[in-house]
Ligand binder design. Structure first.
Ligand SMILES: Nc1ncnc2c1ncn2[C@@H]1O[C@H](COP(=O)(O)OP(=O)(O)OP(=O)(O)O)[C@@H](O)[C@H]1O
Length: 342
């Protein structure tokens, strides 16, 4: 339904040229929720802004239902844009307008009659759960409520595509979840395709059925999150999974020794990468090496039948069984780091 073909965009600034997008191609099926991830400055916003031509690409095409937006006349482009809603990290509401009037704005600009505006805005405020806030001003709303108003406004012209630029980045975790739930409902109930930028793993995991990874303006990987995590060694994906080493609980941190000393046991951080099931790993430790251990910390994401993440295990067996367990990890190419001995 949306076909992005060889999209390129350069920015020039004080004799310097930034290749923000470099021949990016991506197919998005109707009803998909696609997450775009990548480092800061990778080109994610530029890509999403080129989809509705807020940013004009230098080269390439954005085909929506067979029509290339890059070659549309201004009138055709204005019509196509009405069918593409957009929401932003900082909501972009008009502070001088009430909630109702913010949502009504695109309809007013489209010269919709008053009765229709009233009917549509009332229905949209119900969709986003703000029917009792119609007469309030944005300043009296929470961040999550502001984003709900922005979503209602983005839906005013019955779009088939919703672009979300870091839409939950300014929200606390609980509000983020409720906004994601709303986006999922909108996607299912109204069959709106969603293209979103995020830097948060849990956002992708919660709602995206596809992921596109952008690095230095290039599309470097795409697919389901599960396949990407299993198959791609690309540093952006690895970084996305493992942002930093696990923090240690204070009692362990204070007693941890960098070198082995008789009587101390290794504290090992193990990476679970989809082919390593946590349950079977600890079963092996138990059945093959009779190894007592203490699970100090776990950060595991379950995706379908596989798991990803990290665990911190304090191996508490004899020197031999501890060593054998570490050998088992290495011989099975299970990434692990000894964080110290305690
Ligand atoms: N209007 C502009 N003028 C000049 N350079 C720009 C402009 N917009 C973006 N760039 C540059 O293009 C590159 C890609 O920017 P973009 O905002 O698309 O990245 P991003 O992946 O969305 O980053 P972030 O996650 O930090 O928002 C950056 O080097 C940025 O500085």
């Amino acid at each position: 339904m949306i076909v992005i073909q060889n999209l390129s965009k350069q920015f020039r600034h004080k004799n310097q040229v930034y290749q923000a997008l470099d021949k990016v191609s991506l197919d998005i099926a109707e009803g998909d929720i696609v997450g775009i991830i990548g480092r800061s400055g990778a080109g994610k916003s530029t890509l999403i802004r080129c989809v509705n031509m807020l940013e004009r690409p230098d080269e390439g095409a954005v085909m929506i239902h067979g029509r290339n937006l890059a070659t549309c006349t201004p009138k055709q482009l204005a019509d196509e844009r009405k069918k593409i809603g957009m929401i932003f990290q900082h909501f972009n509401l008009l502070s001088s307008r009430t909630v109702f009037d913010n949502v009504a704005l695109p309809l007013e600009l489209d010269k919709t009659d008053k009765a229709t505006i009233h009917r549509k805005v009332t229905a949209l405020l119900e969709v986003v759960g703000l029917q009792n806030k119609a007469d309030e001003y944005p300043r009296s709303l929470s961040g999550g409520q502001k984003q709900r108003v922005a979503i209602a406004r983005a839906l005013a012209n019955d779009p088939h595509l919703l672009l979300c630029d870091e839409a939950t980045s300014a929200l606390d975790p609980e509000t983020t979840q409720s906004i994601l739930q709303l986006l999922r409902d909108i996607n299912r109930r109204l069959n709106i395709t969603i293209l979103l930028i995020t830097h948060e793993m849990h956002v992708v995991k919660s709602i995206c059925n596809h992921v596109a990874v952008i690095d230095q303006g290039k599309l470097v990987a795409q697919g389901t999150l599960e396949t990407l995590l299993k198959e791609s060694q690309h540093p952006v994906i690895q970084q996305f999974i493992h942002t930093q080493a696990m923090s240690l609980p204070p009692d362990i941190y204070n007693t941890l020794q960098p070198e082995y000393t008789p009587g101390l046991h290794p504290l090992v951080e193990i990476e679970l990468e989809g082919n390593v099931a946590f349950d079977s790993l600890v079963n092996t430790f138990h059945s093959q090496y009779h190894l007592p251990y203490k699970l100090i910390k776990a950060d595991i994401e379950y995706l379908g039948s596989t798991n990803f993440g990290r665990v911190l295990l304090h191996l508490q067996g004899t020197d031999d069984s501890n060593r054998n367990a570490l050998l088992y990890l290495n011989s099975h190419h299970i990434k692990n780091t000894i964080r110290g001995y305690a």
